[in-house]
Structures are given as structure tokens and as C-alpha cells.
Write a protein that binds this ligand. Structure first.
Ligand code: ATP
Length: 580
């Protein structure tokens, strides 16, 4: 297929905002695509492969700019100017192809296959000279492109074709093109996609084998399944009653705060994140543990958690997990992986078993877990002192029933005491439902307790609320530094959401009576107005003199019944910070 034919499709797609029209355009294109179907399905989406295969081209916008200038003969400053004006380097490339002054010989016209293959090849360039090779490759395509083609080559290189096609639209168009377009057909495409993460495959199967063929698509090694997701439980009791299976049984597990990964174990072991990125190279320590602890073929779901190395060695309960942020940087790391792995040892906590050579997705959870337990040989992190090997364990769990909350409550306490995030409550009879947030998997985390804080400073808002005091600085009491009758206050954050206009107007009246100094729109206040505030978490911060900052504080109400002496203390803020 000529690339210009695909470019015409891009142009038709971007000419309309109507989803129905886009769906019809795509369905026609898919139906007529012939052998180009698998490539078209990903290219209209601005990708170069299925969702789990996203080659890293290593082409930044400045490298693409260089390639465009080289290919078209346009001056860098002029292309940059177009880019700045339109915010789109693709449009700037089209302009350059038209006005660059290079005599284009159209040595070889572009085809869909050539663009696709060449760009995938770019992702394989590594080592010395690879930057030049990348520029050459992109410039080679742009040199043979007409202006519209140049635009889409560049946009594809940058990973964003800007024609408004997402996963949902591809699903609907495939259902129209090859099935009967009904809700059932759309649902079948959706399920097949959740289980394969592979639209080219689903598309070809739909065309060749219709609905039955699509429904027969299943989990397989090397293609990550979309992770089953959890709904939120408001409380332990609520969670227990929603998660309970028909026989009232419940499976409770620690909720770990790490990186969710899916392990594909065969002769080769691969590690995928929840976003379907292949991070095998980033977790060599996990791969080594899996080599020792589980024989393929197998697909496992679980969480990789980092631990403070000083706390390893003894009882698992004594290990201190490191904050998620410390581990998450590993996912993108390209160099120094082994060093970082040795610094922050990890454990893969397995909590599901999806495949053992045959699919296990439809089996009840309890059965999947029994099989997992008999298949997996636990490995302690750093076995025999080897820092290059991770741990491999089943998630810490308890089984109970809806009318006996004690084991779940004990597990919840233990999870929090050992530094984990909370609990996950699961229906032991439930199948694994890829990609869905279903009520048979519930997560339970402590919500932060609200704080009562005093307003010390404020600022008049701008715009619609300009007469109202909007940005309110909040402080806690530093008991250690306070003298009788003269409490020392330490700021912990600034509040600007959660109140209605009327609440803010009433608050402004109360605060204005306490203004002691003005500086432009800012006012200092005689502290005395106490507010109840909720927030997402407490962070360490130099921005405030308490050394802490509330993340996403929200107004819950004015506590007219409280005075300065009732304001929460810095010690309590510290305690909450430690316990979150
Ligand atoms: P959160 O920020 O609460 O982790 P999320 O949006 O990342 O939520 P959810 O599906 O809502 O993801 O919550 C479930 C997440 O909890 C999973 O993605 C997984 O990473 C994590 N998790 C930790 N322990 C378990 C466990 N034992 N079973 C299932 N999921 C677990």
C-alpha cells in the first residue's frame, strides 16, 4: 500500500471530530486493507506495534528537526518558527518539504511497509554512531515524502499522529468491519483485546474467523494480559461483605505498594508492567529468582516491592519496604541496573497465576492460588548472600469469611505495622477478569485522618472570587516551642479548594476581622480561625516552616467550636507522616 493512501486516511480522520464518522472511516479502511491490515491497525493509532510492543525510537524532537532540515534543505530557524507557531513539528515538516528548496527527486515513493519497517529498524540502532544513523533514517524517509507525507512521518516518529484514534475507536471499527457491529461484537473484540493486548492479531482473527475466532483468542506467553484491577472498599466491613463469594469465603492479602508486574516464564523469562512495557532488562534480579523458583510455562501476576537492605535476613515481617518512588525509577532505567538492584533488594510477591501451559483465567481464584502454591518454590531475597538475586514469595494472605472479620482485621493491622499499604480483599470463586475494575477485588487503605489547623495568612483571590480570601495558609501547633498562652505555630500547607462560594464568603468575613497587616492582596492574620482539613498525604517539605506539606488539602468545614489550644500539633503531623 502506498503511504499516500494512509495519509489520505489520516487527513479524513483529522477533518472530523465526530466519533461516528471516524468509526465509519476506519471500518472502511480496515475492511479494504488486505495484507496491510495489521500495520494499518497500529499506524492509524500512531504506534508501530501492538500495545505491548512499543519500540523506543530514541528520536527526540530536536533530532527530528535536524532530520527534516537535512532532508528538505530548509533553514533550522525557519522550521523552528513554524513549529513554534503551530505547536506541531509535523506541520512544520510539511512546510519545510514544500518550501525547503531541496530538489526532491522522489527517488523512491513511500509505502506503508517501508515507513513502518524503517522506523522499527531505527529502534534497533544502538551504540556509537546510532544518533547519526537515526537522523539519516528519518531524513531518508522525509526526503522521499511529499509535504503531507512528511507531516505524518514526523508525527509517527514522535509517537502522536493527532488524528483522534484511540483504543475504543479501533475496537468499534473492527466490530463494524468484520463482525456485525452490535454491542455483543464490540464486547467480544474488547475481551479479546484485554486478553491479548494485540489489535493486529484481533483484527486478523476477526477478518478470518469471525466472532467465534475472536472469542477463541486466549492468553499466551509473550503477550501480557491486561491486569485485573481493584475497586475501593470504604471500610473493612464493607469490603468483606462485597468481596465475599457465594459461600461467604474471602481471600485477604497484603496490599503492597510497589510495581505491578506480570511474569512470563518459559525458556525465556519476560517481565511486563501494568502498562504493558517490557521491563525484563530492568529486573535481572527478579529473572534470576524466577529461574530458581518456578518452572515454565507459567504466567504470574504480582507486585515487586523494594526493601531496606538493612532489614533483610531475618523474619519477613521485620523487612521494611522502601517507598514506591524509590523503586519506580528502576522501570525506566537503562544503565546501572545491577548496581541499583544491589542497593535496593526487591521481592516479587506473587498473587495470581494466569497460565500453566493452559489458560487459568476462568478458574476460581482459590484454585489458581492452590496451584501457584504447589508450583512455586519460595526464594528469599539475596539467597546465600547473593545480592544479584531477588526474593520470590507468595503474597502474605489469610482466608476468612464475611461473618468472621477478625482474621482480616489482624492481617490489616499486620500489613500496616510492617509498612505495607493495606489489604486487598478477593472473592475466592472469581475468575481473573483482565482489564476490569470489578467488585470481586477490593482494596482497603487507611484514609488520612483530617487535621484541625489554624489560618495564619491569606490572599485575595483573582477573577470570579476576587473579593474573597482564597489562598489560606494553615498552621499546626509546635508544642515544644510554645510558651504558656503564646503557642508557636508552624505552617503545613496552603488551602484553596473544597469550599463553596457561600462558605468562602462566610470565612472571609471571619478572617477579615482578624487582619493585622496587608501587602497587596496578601494579608497577615491574628490566628484564631480553625478549619478542619482533609488531604491525600503528608510530604516532607522545605516550603513550610513545619518541615511538612499536606498534599491536596481540602476544606471540610470551619471549627468555630475550637480555639488555638485545640489546633493539632506538629508531633501529630509527624506521627501521621510516619504512619502513612
Ligand atoms: P493504588 O494507587 O491504590 O495502588 P491503582 O490505581 O494503582 O491503585 P488498583 O487496581 O486500583 O490500582 O489497585 C490495585 C493495585 O494494588 C494493583 O494494581 C496492584 O499493583 C496493587 N496490589 C498490591 N498488592 C496486591 C495484591 N495482593 N493483590 C492485587 N493487587 C495488589
Amino acid at each position: 500500500m502506498e503511504y499516500t493512501t494512509l495519509v489520505a486516511v489520516y487527513n479524513r480522520l483529522s477533518a472530523t471530530d465526530a466519533t461516528g464518522e471516524k468509526r465509519a472511516i476506519l471500518a472502511d479502511v480496515f475492511a479494504d486493507a488486505g495484507g496491510a491490515l495489521p500495520r494499518l491497525v497500529v499506524l492509524v493509532w500512531g504506534r508501530l506495534g501492538p500495545a505491548y510492543d512499543r519500540p523506543e525510537l530514541g528520536v527526540s524532537s530536536s533530532l527530528a528537526l535536524e532530520a527534516v532540515c537535512r532532508a528538505t534543505g530548509a533553514a533550522k530557524s525557519a522550521v523552528r518558527e513554524r513549529w513554534r507557531e503551530t505547536g506541531d513539528l509535523g506541520s512544520a515538516a510539511a512546510w519545510a518539504a514544500e518550501h525547503g528548496g531541496q530538489q526532491t527527486l522522489f527517488a523512491e515513493s513511500l509505502t506503508v511497509d517501508r515507513v513502518h519497517e524503517r522506523l522499527r529498524e531505527v529502534a534497533t540502532f544502538a551504540g556509537e554512531g546510532s544518533r547519526t544513523r537515526r537522523v539519516d533514517a528519518v531524513a531518508g524517509l522525509v526526503a522521499d515524502a511529499d509535504p503531507d507525507e512528511a507531516c505524518y512521518v514526523v508525527r509517527t516518529v514522535l509517537g502522536h499522529v493527532r488524528v483522534g484514534v484511540g483504543e475504543g475507536l479501533i475496537r468499534d471499527a473492527l466490530a463494524d468491519a468484520f463482525l456485525d457491529g452490535s454491542d455483543a461484537a464490540v464486547a467480544a473484540i474488547e475481551s479479546a483485546y484485554q486478553v491479548t493486548s494485540d489489535y493486529p492479531l484481533v483484527a486478523e482473527r476477526a477478518r478470518e474467523a469471525g466472532l467465534d475466532g475472536v472469542q477463541a483468542l486466549d492468553i499466551s506467553l509473550g503477550r501480557p494480559v491486561r491486569a485485573m484491577l481493584a475497586a475501593k472498599a470504604a471500610s473493612l466491613d464493607a469490603g468483606l461483605s462485597s468481596a465475599a463469594g457465594p459461600d461467604d469465603r474471602i481471600h485477604c492479602e497484603y496490599k503492597y505498594d510497589g510495581v505491578r508486574v506480570q511474569l512470563h516464564v518459559d525458556d525465556e523469562i519476560r517481565v511486563f508492567t501494568r502498562r504493558l512495557a517490557d521491563v525484563t532488562a530492568q529486573f535481572p534480579d527478579v529473572v534470576r529468582a524466577v529461574e530458581r523458583g518456578i518452572e515454565g510455562p507459567a504466567i504470574l501476576d504480582g507486585e515487586v516491592v523494594g526493601y531496606d537492605p538493612a532489614t533483610l535476613g531475618g523474619d519477613a515481617a521485620a523487612r521494611a519496604p522502601v517507598p514506591f518512588q524509590e523503586l519506580s525509577t528502576r522501570v525506566k532505567r537503562e544503565r546501572g541496573v545491577e548496581r541499583v538492584a544491589a542497593e535496593v533488594p526487591v521481592v516479587f510477591h506473587a498473587f495470581d497465576y494466569l497460565y500453566n501451559g493452559a489458560t487459568l483465567l476462568d478458574r476460581p481464584l482459590a484454585d489458581r492460588l492452590d496451584r501457584l502454591e504447589s508450583r512455586l518454590t519460595p526464594i528469599s531475597p539475596r539467597p546465600a548472600g547473593d545480592p544479584a538475586v531477588a526474593g520470590l514469595e507468595l503474597a502474605t494472605a489469610a482466608r476468612t469469611s464475611a461473618d468472621d472479620p477478625d482474621p482480616a482485621a489482624a492481617l490489616y493491622r499486620a500489613a500496616l505495622e510492617t509498612g505495607h499499604e493495606g489489604l486487598v480483599l478477593k472473592d475466592p470463586t472469581a475468575p481473573y477478569t483482565p482489564g476490569r475494575r470489578v467488585g470481586r477485588l477490593l482494596k482497603l487503605k487507611p484514609t488520612m485522618e483530617p487535621l484541625d489547623l489554624v489560618v495564619t495568612r491569606a490572599k485575595y483571590s483573582e477573577g470570579r472570587r476576587s473579593g474573597l480570601l482564597g489562598r489560606l495558609s494553615l498552621a499546626c501547633r509546635d508544642e515544644a516551642a510554645s510558651e504558656a498562652g503564646d503557642p508557636a505555630l508552624r505552617e503545613v500547607g496552603r488551602l484553596s479548594t473544597g469550599y463553596t462560594d457561600d462558605e468562602l464568603a462566610a470565612l472571609t468575613d471571619r478572617l477579615e476581622a482578624r487582619v493585622v497587616a496587608r501587602d497587596g492582596r496578601a494579608v497577615d492574620l491574628q490566628p484564631g480561625v480553625v478549619l478542619e482539613v482533609e488531604y491525600e498525604e503528608i510530604q516532607r517539605s522545605d516550603a513550610y516552616d513545619s518541615g511538612y506539606a499536606l498534599r491536596f488539602p481540602r476544606f471540610l468545614g470551619t471549627r468555630a467550636d475550637l480555639g488555638l489550644a485545640d489546633v493539632d500539633t506538629l508531633a501529630r503531623v509527624e506521627h501521621l507522616y510516619e504512619s502513612q
